[in-house]
Structure formats: structure tokens, C-alpha cells
Design a protein. Sequence first.
Length: 378
Amino acid sequence: MSSTAPKTNLLGLPHGDLEQFLAARGEKPFRARQVLQWIHQRGVSEFADMTDLSKASRAWLDKEAEVALPRVLSRHDSTDGTVKWLFASGSGQAVETVFIPEPARGTLCISSQVGCALDCAFCATGAQGFNRNLDSAEIIGQVRHAIMDLPRRDNGEPAVTNIVFMGMGEPLANYRNVVAALKLLVSDWSYGLSRRRVTISTSGIVPQIEKLGDECNVSLAVSLHAPNDELRNELVPINKLHPISALLEACWAYAGKHSNRFITFEYVTLRGVNDSLSHADQLAKLLIDKPAKVNLIPFNPFPGTDFKRSSADTIHHFQARLRQRGLVATTRRTRGDDIDAACGQLAGKVSDRVRKRLGDKPVRQERMRNKKTRRASA
């Protein structure tokens, strides 16, 4: 019994890969630019509607290729205008994508993995565990859907002006697929975004930061969250492999490859854990006189966590101390928390392959409580 070969999904192919795919079937190089524009700029998924392609080209494309978007399971709208979509990712699992509207821009926060294996202590995604990487079509499909689903801005431009890889997953742990999506985002033939309007957020996989600096000139945000290795080992376990000194060295090298480029350091403020003025002083010492900006993020609670958000006064004083030390420091405004769409709250639906294989992992927050108790009684 003969089997039919699966169709190639063109949605996630950047220009060079699409050009090769078409050239292998006798098409001229310029056809790749045409197909990219149809898919990403005009939102067309049916080859029959790509009218500047020949009938023969449209016929073979229809047989061998497709433009398959991830299926939308739900959409939730916040009272503040934030929108969250839940996308199916197979086997009953799902990932989340969030759009945050502001007067001068619209930021889309996209996911790169089904869950996350890095197990950061204060993150709902990490608490769900990890299943798999998203492929480039699943990543770019989030962008394509949001642009087509949201009304355009008053000037006629798409609602989405900025993309941040700050959703579910560690982008640099899915390097190949994320880079393919980045190439589509900045290509003039697809989304044409400025490289400064596309941001990769990483917990600190040092070799991939170095590699990214050579391949993609996009903005970089680093999830720091602690000013010393002892505390960061507890909050961000990847620090045990790539400690702060190595991470910062990679960041300064990345910034040095691109003129006028700053690295944004994200810092979730946790009450009584990392939010003292002493922590602020340590943080300033790490970053002063470097191409660095600090973005303070009020902790957003999720079910099962014992962490609490720092008070507004504490965050204000922390920010003021950083500014006194000469750093650029901002505080992120919490958006979409009424639909669990705020930073750190994205959980989706994840079947944790890591936990199934290794057994239940220790509860990090319990270990931190025990440490705190021992220090207090010493």
C-alpha cells in the first residue's frame, strides 16, 4: 500500500530555506520573495489565491506544500486591553501568547517551547515542567495569527509593532527554530520589523548568547533576578552551570558587537528574598558603567507559589537606589493579571516529559524556606 509524503509547511521557512525548497523544484529565486509576501504580509494561506504565481506553480505547491497555522483553542480579553490566546500544540497540550497594547506600540509576547526545563523558582511555566520545543512554524504562527486577528492601528499599520520572546520556554534552548523565526520577523519580505523591536529573553545560556551575537542582531534581555551567585542558584538554576560572571561577560561581548546596543536585565522583585537595598547595591556594582538597563518586574502570583510581591514602596526605593548609583532603571507595569497573562503567569497545558522520566523533582520553594529558617536560627 502506497503512502503519501507529508506536505511541507512553508509558514516557518525563512527566505533562504524557502528559496532552496522552491529551487529544488525548478522555481526561480524571486518566487521565494513572492510566496513570503503572500503568506506573511497578505495573510494568504491558499496557493490558488497567490495570483502572481504561475498556474503550474500553484498546482504543485498545492500537492506538496501547505501553510498550516497552530489551532486557536481560546482567546481571553483583559479589562486593560491585554489579549491572551491559547494555541494547541498536540496531544492535549497548549501554549500561550499575549498581546499588550500601549498608545505608541503593541507588544506581542510569544512562546518558544511547550513548558520550560529551566525550573526558575518563581515562574508558572517552569512549575508545569517541559515537553518539547516548538518548531519555527508554531512560533511564527503565533505572530501571524495575532496580526490577522487584531484590528489595525489608526495609521493603518498592524497592531503588533514589537515582538518579545518572553512567553513559555527558554528561547535559546530552542536555538535553531527560534533563529528561523527571527529571520522571518526581520525580513523585508515577511514582517519587516526593526531588529530593535524584536527581543530575545534568556535565563542565561552563555554559549548560545555568544552564537546569537554572531547570527542575529536583535535586542537581548537577560533574566537576572539576583545580584549574587548564591541567591541566583536558588532562583534561576541554570546559574549553577553559567554563573553571573560568565553570563555578564557574554552580555558585554554581545553588546560590543552591535553599536549603541544595551542589554536589559530583568529582575522580578520577591518580598524578603531579593528586594533589599543591599541587593540593589550589589546589583548596581555588577552593572555600573556597562551598557545595561534594569527592568524591575513586580512578582505575579500563580497557584502553588509561596513567593509574594514586593510592596510598591519597596520597589520604588529599590529603583531609586539603582538610579542613585547611576543605572537606568524602570519598573514594568503589570498588565493582564485578571486573565493570568502577566509576566511569569503563563502556564498553558503541559505534559511534563522530564518529570515523567526522572520522577518528581524536589520543590525548590520548600528548599528555600528551609534555608531561610536555618539562617534565621543560626
